[in-house]
Design a protein around this ligand. Structure first.
Ligand code: UDX
Length: 451
């Protein structure tokens, strides 16, 4: 099929590349010039395992093109494979089977999602001759947004003297950074919000069936259930993390091992073992934003949001509490250097959005200290643009700092050579933000582990 994907963030780019590799003709629309030129050159604007290789292959095979807007040569060239008459935007839009909207929905100061980019993308689809478009929202949105999008389309066409005859769907994405490609190709489930009666025969239905493994559960439901289902899935996972972080604090006070406690809990098949790793709190582009928006949306509609409120505040306490415990044990930061191993919000990504590392950096530098970081997946110049000194290895950091904290479970840190660390690190405190290490072993080496 011929597919347009609007917005080349994690969801949009990974989807566009995967679908092009699955044999579809895809145009990726991205308004950011810098991002666009990287993509056209076969480079991904962020690190994601396997993505750049697949991107290059998709570009080489001419199955994927990128464009700033619809009415451009790039789109002309992909579509000229099937028709030579694409001389205006209307004709171009008519030649595309499915429009996926994957633009960002950042959080506003009022705690709800900013729909500016989403509505701008929707408006760009309103042209007089094309009222029968299949539009699929993949951006994470609050319940009611898909209905708003349909109303906006109807209104837009009405103003042009036309009736909107297209279909609007909501199809959330559940990919995680670090495993985004396999999550997209082999999803845990496919959720579709829209008209279940026409789904199978629709272009979207045919497309979904062509790219989804036969064993994948597909749920077709109404818009609001799909919208809320996506947000509630993230909120559920975030709740588990806040729960285990709270139990982790209790474990520390009684000398229990939280990793073993999590194992005991997770062995109950009714509970399961995933998302029970205690640590320094959740971060990233989804959990903090989605839990906050869902809480505010619920409150706005008079629903009880006590649990979501606690999930969010427990997470803030996890980040702040860890940073304070480490600094308190260390002493006065003024004139001292903190070393951070792992700056991203988790291992397997170069994404720093809402990373717990930002909290300890803030506290340490505000108190007059300096910070040196190493992250195996983040380029040094990117780190230095954030105002910290960056090094090319953990060893370089360890030999020049007074205090070390490890904030991601990158394999390099999970398998640290502690004899080597002891030889080059002059400090005695190790802040273990991911609860990776044994207190017993580190104590024998003369190191104090803080969790
Ligand atoms: C998440 C969801 O998993 C995904 O389905 C959704 O589409 C987007 O949001 P992502 O943000 O990429 O994906 O990362 P994820 O692996 O879920 O981790 C989120 C945060 O929780 C990270 O900060 C991670 O370190 C933390 N986490 C995760 C824990 O602290 N403990 C755990 O057991 C699991």
């Amino acid at each position: 099929m011929k597919i347009a994907v609007i917005g080349m963030g994690y969801v949009g780019l990974v989807s566009a590349v995967s679908w092009a590799r699955a044999g579809h003709k895809v145009i990726g629309v991205e308004s950011n010039e810098e991002k666009l030129s990287l993509l056209k050159a076969g480079k991904t604007p962020f690190f994601e395992p396997g993505l750049e290789t697949e991107l290059k292959l998709a570009l080489e095979s001419q199955a994927l093109h990128f464009s700033k807007e619809f009415l451009t040569m790039e789109l002309m060239s992909i579509e000229s494979l099937v028709t030579n008459s694409l001389s205006n935007k209307s004709a171009i839009l008519g030649a595309v089977d499915l429009f996926f909207l994957c633009v960002g929905t950042p959080i506003l100061p009022n705690g709800l999602f900013d729909l500016t980019d989403l509505f701008e993308a929707v408006d760009s689809l309103v042209v007089p001759e094309n009222s029968s478009l299949s539009i699929i929202i993949k951006s994470t949105v609050l319940p009611g947004t898909t209905a708003q999008v349909e109303a906006r389309l109807k209104d837009g066409f009405e103003k042009l003297g036309k009736v909107f005859k297209g279909s609007v769907w909501f199809a959330p994405e559940f990919l995680s950074e670090g495993t985004a490609m396999s999550d997209t190709i082999n999803p845990s489930r496919v959720i579709i919000g829209g008209n279940s009666e026409v789904f199978k025969e629709s272009k979207l239905g045919q497309f979904i069936l062509s790219v989804t493994p036969a064993s994948t559960p597909i749920v077709i439901t109404d818009w609001a259930s799909a919208e809320l289902g996506k947000l509630a899935s993230n909120a559920m996972l975030a709740s588990r993390i806040s729960f285990i972080n709270e139990i982790g604090q209790v474990a520390d006070t009684v000398g229990a091992d939280i990793n073993l406690v999590a194992k005991i809990i997770g062995l109950d098949p009714r509970i399961g073992s995933k998302f029970l790793k205690a640590g320094v709190g959740f971060g990233g582009g989804c959990f903090p934003k989605d839990t906050t928006a869902l809480k505010n949306f619920g409150a706005m509609h008079g629903a009880s949001t006590d649990l979501l409120t606690a999930v969010i505040s427990t997470n803030e306490k996890a980040k702040l509490g860890f940073s304070e415990r480490v600094i308190k044990r260390f002493g006065e930061p003024h004139g001292k250097t903190l070393g951070i191993l792992g700056m991203a919000y988790k291992e397997g990504t170069d994404d720093i959005r809402n990373s717990p590392s930002l909290k300890i950096i803030e506290l340490f530098t505000q108190a007059g200290g300096k910070v040196v970081v190493y992250d195996p997946l983040i380029a040094r110049d990117k780190l230095e643009r954030l105002g910290v000194e960056a090094k090319a290895s953990w060893e370089e950091v360890a030999q020049m700092v007074d205090l070390i904290t490890i904030l991601t479970a990158d394999p390099q840190f999970v398998n640290l050579d502690w004899q080597k660390m002891r030889a080059i690190y002059s400090g005695t405190i190790i802040g273990d933000g991911r609860r990776l290490y044994s207190k017993k072993i580190l104590t024998k080496l003369g190191l104090n582990l803080i969790t």
